[in-house]
Design a binder for this molecule. Structure first.
Ligand code: ADP
Ligand code: MG
Ligand code: MG
Length: 899
């Protein structure tokens, strides 16, 4: 088997298509060599060899040793140098590179091959002792850390790592010399430092620094392989969902030197601006340095060209000004690479005595805004086609474009106080408030408020509405606060376990620091980070290119996208983001506000009334409110379908707990306080999620159903008569049997006729359907579809009931489940294709057997999750419905699914 692939100016064995085998770095170096771009020659050892090496516990596969000799000989020949030769020594770097880029997560060792024998030869040959000792001290620093300590596991004295000790020697030395940068150290200084380094290595690691080029090479290759399983690399893979068994390649490459003096340099660049997407060459460089200085942020580099130089600082010189020829060549390589890869690339280069060498290229990471801008511009330039342009933007990246975000420059400099779950995207800053009421009050005088709560419940809704951002100590991504925040496109961090809240004292503590009401914090809801004080926000919206991009994506999309919206305002936002209807209008939403005369108060009267007539009169009182809300929303969505769900939550959720509120009610109903208390308690259920809710309420209290249905039809009749085109869809929640639908349908028919007659209309156009959110309903879909003209999957409840996981409590064990890979993902965030998805497929198939034109959608939180949208497309759904702010994301995800 072939384990090693060479690349050089004459013959190159690999190419860019071999990312999996050679790793991204190795494959792209080979590709650049093929394109005739100046790349120092070398060879890449495959990821398969890495896997064999790691699995066997450190043995190389058969045939490897011979192939290594051959590849090394080839490299020596093409360089005209010999590895380990005292007169004409070849030095190499040993570089890691996985299938997918993991920048800085694995190890690289430079200057391998410098020993007491080769040092004098190299000095003689180059006439530059300073550069040779600078390279040697770098080798000792990297190798003792990466190979000896980390890979070979040599124990350090007192457990003090070697690298910082060597760094201290270096900085102490600079201090005694009174200089700031390494570049100011002389040859003698560096030689002395190397002597001290070698002594320190023996003292700390208990053995000598290897003085044989072969031993160094072998050690470095093994260490790079082992760095695949390093701590950093492993956690990065967790976050990025990269498989553990891919392995890394090792590229052994002839060294070129950016540290040979002032005509040498090293740098990193992006072929376009990775933050804004602007088509300008963007990069940084350092004279007289090796690449690690730039990538590891050891020194502050300068911009490569005049165009991107911000300050007109004389001391800062661009590469363009310092070495115009090398810069021009770099620009032409930039052009060659973009034309070839048709992508924005991230490149690394080194200049040795004014000669330019390319050391790496890969597809560059970028912000959401930059992705979109680059895709549209490359389309205009004819570099890519529409489908490619659409695919270039990941749906979740649109988040950034739809919310104000924390200025990334400021954030980089700020210290993060604590972290939580990134529940609602975007950024927000504001004055702290510790209760909902305070938040509302504070918001009247201060436009920016952050509501801090242990957790939130429906009674906090107004405070949440008033706040710019929400922070909770407990709760998960599907917690109430998170759900609501996302629905509003509001910045929100939940489950920030590091904060301790004292609501009664109006303060909280983080890591021993106290924050009081009125103090200012900043939240980054996209990353789940909390900062002290105010960080600036930048606005990422309203780019006409964004509109153009979305229109283009829509051309390829076949599945509909609707919004979950409960008010006229939300409906208008949804429409502006391209919603094609409302997939979920929650009637109960209008009860989430308080005060006598308000719908909630009337609803409470209905709930707590004891007699038929008490209830009737309260229901009559409530009816106009319900009709008006529904009418407002249907009017806003004119000619588009609006799915209105009848009352869903258990009644006790609406019952007041505060004494003052209970008193008001007692007065209104003409009973005493104790009686009200008794009636409230009698509504308590031990498992309300599976209790008296949804259609069950509508069956126990048919007059409540009647009132809601009448409200829908009256709104419809009034709108129809005033020249509108209302398209109501009445949706019955939490059903499990067709007989429930039979019961409700009778009421619906009767009221429909009644209202039509009253308004003198021949009939009213509407649809009748049900949510499918109980596994039994999915299994009985054939019967359900006899009555239902549409299905809408309520995947929050369906997931909860399929798994038997309470959505409000899953936060307790979900992290452990994910860590131990018991579940691949949180099923409340990404639709579970195997179990819940199976039920969906069954319901689609059986439902359509009964009714081929059955309309099917989804209205759970999953409707805005790209992977779930893809699943819905494959399952044959007609539309997805999600919160207004996620509509562009769902539109793009649906386009991706269709192309
Ligand atoms: P990473 O994947 O962390 O970026 P690299 O393998 O790219 O690690 O190495 C880090 C830096 O070392 C590179 O930016 C490059 O400048 C420098 N480097 C690597 N190999 C060589 C080489 N053969 N000659 C000169 N510099 C090199
Ligand atoms: Mg690199
Ligand atoms: Mg539900």
């Amino acid at each position: 088997e072939k384990y090693i692939y060479s690349f050089n100016g004459e013959e190159t064995e690999g190419d860019a298509s071999q990312m999996n085998l050679l790793g991204g770095k190795g494959a792209n170096l080979a590709e650049m060599a093929r394109l005739g771009i100046p790349v120092p020659p070398g060879f890449t050892i495959t990821t398969e060899c890495c896997n064999a090496y790691l699995q066997s516990g450190g043995d190389y596969p058969k045939g490897y040793a011979d192939q290594l000799e051959e590849a090394l000989t080839r490299l020596e020949r093409s360089m005209g140098l010999t590895f380990g030769d005292p007169d004409n020594p070849l030095l190499v770097s040993c570089r890691s590179g996985g299938r997918q880029s993991m920048p800085g997560m694995m190890e690289t060792v430079l200057n391998v091959g410098l020993t007491t024998e080769t040092i004098p030869g190299l000095i003689k040959k180059t006439g530059n002792g300073r550069f040779v000792y600078d390279s040697y001290r770098r080798l000792i620093m990297m190798y003792s850390d990466v190979v000896m300590e980390k890979a070979e596991g040599i124990e350090t004295e007192n457990g003090n790592a070697i690298r910082p000790q060597l760094e201290r020697i270096l900085s102490a030395f600079k201090e005694t010399r009174g200089v700031e940068s390494d570049a100011e150290l002389s040859e003698e200084d560096l030689k002395e430092i190397c002597i001290r380094f070698n002594k320190k290595v023996i003292q700390v690691l208990g053995r000598e620094f290897p003085d044989s080029p072969r031993a160094q090479l072998e050690g470095a290759i093994g260490a790079v392989f082992k760095s695949w399983n390093g701590k950093r690399a492993r956690s990065y893979r967790r976050i990025e969902n990269i498989a553990d068994n891919w392995g890394t390649g090792v590229t052994v490459q002839a060294m070129v030197f950016g540290n040979m003096g002032e005509t040498s340099a090293t740098g990193v660049a992006f072929t376009r601006n990775p933050a804004t997407g602007e088509n300008t060459f963007f990069g940084e460089w350092l004279p007289n340095a090796q690449g690690e200085d730039v990538v590891a942020g050891l020194r502050t580099p300068s911009p490569i060209n005049e165009a991107t130089k911000r300050e007109k600082n004389k001391a800062v010189q661009s590469l363009e000004a310092a070495m115009p020829d090398a810069y021009r060549e770099l620009e032409s390589i930039r052009h060659t690479l973009e034309q070839h890869y048709k992508e924005m690339l991230d490149i690394e280069f080194t200049i040795q005595k004014e000669r330019l060498f390319m050391l790496q290229c890969r597809v560059g990471k970028r912000t959401g805004t930059a992705s979109m801008v680059m895709a549209m511009e490359m389309l205009d330039e004819g570099l890519i086609d529409e489908v490619t342009a659409i695919k270039r933007v990941k749906p979740h990246q649109l988040n950034e474009l739809l919310h104000p975000i924390v200025d990334p420059d400021e954030e980089r400099r700020a210290k993060c106080l604590t972290e939580g779950l990134p529940a609602g995207p975007g950024g927000a800053f504001g004055h702290l408030a510790f209760t909902s009421d305070e938040a509302v009050k504070l918001a009247k005088t201060h436009p920016h408020v952050i509501l801090v709560r242990e957790e939130t419940n429906p009674e906090d809704i107004e405070g949440m509405r008033a706040a710019s951002g929400i922070l909770t100590a407990r709760g998960g991504m599907t917690s109430h606060a998170a759900l609501v925040a996302r629905g509003w496109g509001k910045c929100c961090i939940v489950g920030a376990g590091g904060i301790t809240i004292h609501p009664s004292l109006k303060k909280m503590t983080i890591d021993g620091t106290t924050f009081k009401q009125g103090d200012i914090l900043t939240l980054n809801g996209t990353r789940g980070r909390v900062y002290e004080g105010k960080l600036n926000m930048v606005d990422a919206t309203e780019d006409p290119r964004f509109q153009g991009f979305m229109e283009m994506a829509d051309k390829y999309r076949t599945m509909g996208v609707r919004a979950n919206a409960d008010t006229r305002e939300d409906a208008l936002v949804a429409k502006s983001y391209g919603a094609q209807g409302i997939g979920l209008f929650r009637t109960e939403h209008m009860f989430y506000s308080a005060g006598p005369e308000d719908p909630l108060f009337i609803l409470q009267k209905i709930i707590l009334s004891d007699t038929e007539s008490e209830r009737r009169s309260a229901i009559l009182e409530l009816a106009p409110f319900v009709k008006q809300e529904i009418k407002n929303t249907m009017e806003a969505m004119d000619a588009m379908p609006v799915t209105i769900r009848t009352l869903d939550p258990p009644l006790h959720e609406f019952v007041p707990h505060a004494r003052a509120k209970q008193m008001e009610l007692a007065e209104a109903l003409g009973v005493d306080l104790n009686e009200i208390k008794r009636r409230c308690e009698s509504l308590q259920e031990s498992n309300p999620m599976m209790g008296h809710r949804g259609v069950r309420l509508g069956i126990s209290f048919p007059d409540i159903t009647e009132m809601q249905v009448r409200a829908v039809f009256e709104a419809t009749a009034e709108l129809a008569k005033s020249g509108h085109h209302p398209q109501p869809e009445i949706m019955i929640p939490v059903t499990c049997d067709v007989n429930e639908l039979v019961f409700v349908r009778k009421i619906v028919n009767r009221i429909c006729e009644d209202v039509a007659r009253q308004h003198g209309l021949a009939g009213l156009v509407y649809k009748f359907g049900t949510m499918i959110e109980i596994p039994r309903a999915a299994l009985r879909a054939r019967q359900m579809a006899e009555l239902a003209e549409f299905f809408s999957f309520g995947t929050n409840d369906l997931t909860q009931l399929t798994y038997g996981f309470s959505r409000d409590d899953a936060g307790e064990f979900m992290p452990t489940y994910l860590e131990n890979k018991i579940l691949p993902a949180d099923p409340f965030q990404t639709l579970d294709p195997r179990g819940v998805g199976e039920l969906i497929k069954i319901a689609v198939e059986r439902g359509r057997k009964t009714r081929p034109d059955l309309k099917i959608g989804i209205c759970g939180e999953h409707g805005g999750d790209p992977a779930s949208v893809r699943f819905c497309y494959k399952a044959g759904l007609d539309y997805v419905s999600c919160s207004p702010y996620r509509i562009p994301i769902a539109r793009l995800a649906a386009a991706h699914a269709a192309i």
